[in-house]
Write a protein that binds this ligand. Structure first.
Ligand SMILES: NC(=O)c1ccc[n+]([C@@H]2O[C@H](COP(=O)([O-])OP(=O)(O)OC[C@H]3O[C@@H](n4cnc5c(N)ncnc54)[C@H](O)[C@@H]3O)[C@@H](O)[C@H]2O)c1
Length: 352
């Protein structure tokens, strides 16, 4: 195989970006797309010269010869299409979070092992240069043993009220902190043990969107290292960036602070002052470049070179397990255990 024949399920904000990046990539061919509305399917087929479009992903999986399929449906709707992709014997690239229910994540993990197919979860922040530098600095031992981390991802109100239509079916933690939980677990190389979380429901609930405005969670890892994950999506829309985002790791002999609120550029016009985002994806000389397209490209390499993806189903499952414990804690008001991996699955990070 010299090119990967891809299908895409879900043609919203992210699905369109997948179609744009993969249709321009020399190692990929977008052979089929699927979304709920036929008009949207037709639009994407025409825009990116995709030969097959449907509103029924099961029909797409039965009809079209595909090597791999992207699942870019809303957070709480990844499981059914992801399961169908693996049952059809195709490699899977699934948007974050892997699933929003732990038993679904465990089921996908088993299916992927049985089908012997690649599963990559699109935790695209691992491809950002600053986070790669943090990872190698930690590995060098220069900041000592990681003791604690603090991660913030706070969006403007625009995101849950205008940008996505399904904020009431997810939470800020699933949508935002999922990235940070993956990063911190990757930095610590430790499995999470327990979580305690607090949240507030005021602003969005008053607007008819029944979800948390803000969640703060603390997670303790096997080494004793602790991490705080904050996610909110009620900053006023006057904030100069769509997201205020940073991760800090405190080690026994140093610290690392990665700040993405400001990505090198500020723009003031007669009516606005903004920090435009460009590190994840940015059009450069007619092509989309940045951490997100690199994440997509590495999925192709994992298939073409037959090696494990950089972010596996197991990584996705562990993030889902932490988030499931966080949401349990929000309801019970207690510290909740993070469900360990099923006994037949290997723990990726040794309990040091
Ligand atoms: N919006 C972002 O900035 C962003 C960034 C990174 C990751 N993500 C993740 O990507 C995923 C998709 O987010 P989005 O913003 O593109 O959402 P979106 O609402 O823009 O798009 C979702 C699409 O899925 C389609 N869909 C739903 N059920 C389907 C089904 N059964 N079959 C086929 N299509 C179906 C909908 O019709 C819609 O077109 C989410 O998990 C999200 O967390 C979003």
């Amino acid at each position: 195989m010299d090119r990967v024949r891809l299908g895409i399920i879900g043609l919203g904000i992210m699905g369109e970006l997948y179609a744009k990046i993969y249709s321009a990539h020399p190692l990929a061919e977008v052979a089929a797309v699927c979304s709920l509305k036929q008009a949207r399917v037709d639009e994407i087929c025409a825009r990116f010269a995709v030969p097959y479009g449907t509103t029924d992903y099961r029909q797409m999986l039965r009809t079209v010869d595909l090597d791999a399929v992207v699942v870019a449906t809303p957070d709480n709707l990844h499981y059914e299409p992801a399961r169908a992709v693996l049952e059809a014997g195709r490699h899977l690239l699934v948007e974050k979070p892997f699933t929003t229910r732990l038993e679904e994540a465990d089921q996908l993990l088993r299916l992927a092992a049985q089908a012997n197919k690649k599963v990559q979860v699109a935790f695209n922040h691992r491809w950002l240069a600053a986070y790669q530098q943090a990872k190698s600095t930690l590995a060098s031992g220069k900041i000592g043993q990681p003791l604690a981390a603090y991660a913030r991802k706070n969006d403007t109100l625009f995101v849950p009220t205008e940008y996505i239509a399904w904020a009431g079916q997810t939470t800020s933690a699933w949508f935002l902190s999922s990235h940070d939980i993956d990063l911190v677990r990757w930095f610590f190389e430790q499995e999470p043990l327990e979580a305690r979380a607090w949240g507030r429901k005021e602003v969005l609930k008053a607007r008819g969107i029944d979800t948390y405005d803000v969640i703060q969670a603390q997670v303790r890892f096997a080494s004793g290292a602790i991490a705080t994950f904050e996610s909110a999506w009620i900053y006023p829309n006057t904030f100069p960036s769509i997201v205020d985002s940073f991760v800090e790791v405190l080690g026994s002999s140093g610290h690392i602070h990665m700040d993405r609120k400001y990505e090198s550029i500020e723009v003031s016009t007669a009516t606005s002052f903004t920090y435009p985002k460009g590190f994840l994806n940015c059009e450069i000389f007619g092509r989309v470049r940045g951490a997100f397209p690199f994440c997509l490209e590495d999925f192709l390499y994992s298939i073409l070179e037959d090696r494990p993806p950089q972010v596996t189903a197991l990584d996705g499952r562990q993030v889902t397990a932490v988030l499931e414990a966080i949401h349990r804690s929000l309801e019970t008001g207690h510290t909740e255990p993070v469900a360990p991996l099923p006994a037949d699955m290997a723990t990726p990070y040794a309990r040091k």
